[in-house]
Design a protein around this ligand. Structure first.
Ligand code: DGY
Length: 327
């Protein structure tokens, strides 16, 4: 009988990684790229009794699942966000939780800048014009967007990703970067000390031309972008979210965008994911939506998978995980 730790993987991974995992684990996985549904997952883990779960996507690891499957010792998520895992519950049960911070910072920051530019310069509308044969003579100010140079930026959550976004924005010649979050940062040079200011959330909203969400989702940040928040924002401001959809109250966002309370939004994350094609946000010209591709470049995704595998391998070899949340 196999003595290898039993590992459940909730979605198919490239063959190469499954081969690596099969050397160290007795693996059971949900085949295919369709995510496994929660009730099926419960059944599968109850039958299989895994020692560990490797998570692709944002499948929930909660009390209900942990109650059903008492054998779990470690969970490893292929993501930096871990709002889908009840970390407190894992801690109570001494379950180690691994994640993949760091390796995706640049990729998400690049996507954030891309989304900001695409939203500010109205890429989607412009592309439709070309596709639909509507590219013809036009008013000199038609298709114009909003300039990033000399603008005031507000970053909600200046962590690893927020800082990488800010560093990129410096090269655009932005005038000022306000940031809000849990604590003030220190900057080691005078240019940055002048450029960055730690401010209160509503003040940031009232001053910024571009508001960028890069904070993590938790009880404090859930729905902080609600109707009260949108009231504080400038009518020509643009909101960018590459963090988690639940930070925004989407009904309030729809109202703010359709009434002109704010100018536009670019979202890489929504509630739910996938967003149904019938969602009312998709009827708006001033809302650009991507299907959560923040970390989706080949190099980054491979690094994320590798870190998630190493987290598990280390754990079962009695070594520290590469990146553990609840150490
Ligand atoms: C993460 O890792 O949490 C990102 O959202 C993936 O794109």
């Amino acid at each position: 009988m196999s003595k290898l730790p039993r590992l459940f993987i909730n979605q198919h991974l490239p063959e190469h990684y499954l081969n690596i995992l099969n050397e160290k684990f007795d693996c059971d996985y949900h085949d295919g790229i369709q995510p496994i549904q929660s009730d099926e997952l419960l059944k599968r883990v109850e039958q299989y009794n895994p020692d560990a779960i490797l998570l692709v996507g944002s499948l929930k690891i909660d009390k209900q699942l942990l109650d059903k499957c008492k054998s779990i010792k470690a969970v490893s998520t292929i993501s930096v966000g871990y709002d889908h895992i009840d970390v407190e519950e894992c801690k109570k049960r001494n379950i180690a939780v691994g994640y993949t911070p760091g390796v995706l910072t640049d990729s998400v920051a690049d996507l954030t800048i891309g989304l900001l530019l695409a939203t500010a310069r109205r890429f989607e509308e412009a592309m439709q014009t070309v596709r639909n044969g509507k590219w013809g003579p036009r008013d000199i100010l038609a298709s114009c967007g909003k300039s990033v140079t000399n603008s005031t930026i507000g970053i909600v959550g200046l962590g690893r990703i927020g800082m990488a976004v800010a560093q990129r924005l410096k090269s655009f010649g932005v005038k000022k970067i306000f940031y809000s979050g849990t604590h003030e940062k220190t900057f080691d040079n005078e240019t940055d000390q002048k450029l960055f200011s730690y401010v209160e959330f509503f003040y940031l909203l009232s001053q910024s031309d571009f508001v960028i969400i890069t904070c993590s989702l938790n009880e404090k940040t859930k729905n902080i972008f609600n109707s009260d928040a949108f009231k504080q924002m400038k009518p020509d401001s643009i909101l960018i979210n590459t963090s988690r959809g639940s930070i925004i109250d989407q009904d309030a966002l729809y109202d703010a965008l359709s009434s002109g309370q704010i100018h536009a939004a670019g979202l890489d994350v929504t509630v739910p994911e996938p967003l149904p094609p019938t969602d009312k946000l998709l009827t708006l010209k001033n809302c650009l939506i991507l299907p959560h591709i923040g970390s989706a470049d080949v190099t980054t995704r491979n690094k994320m998978i590798q870190v998630a595998i190493d987290n598990l391998r280390n754990y079962f070899e009695n070594k520290p995980m590469v990146s553990q949340i609840n150490v």
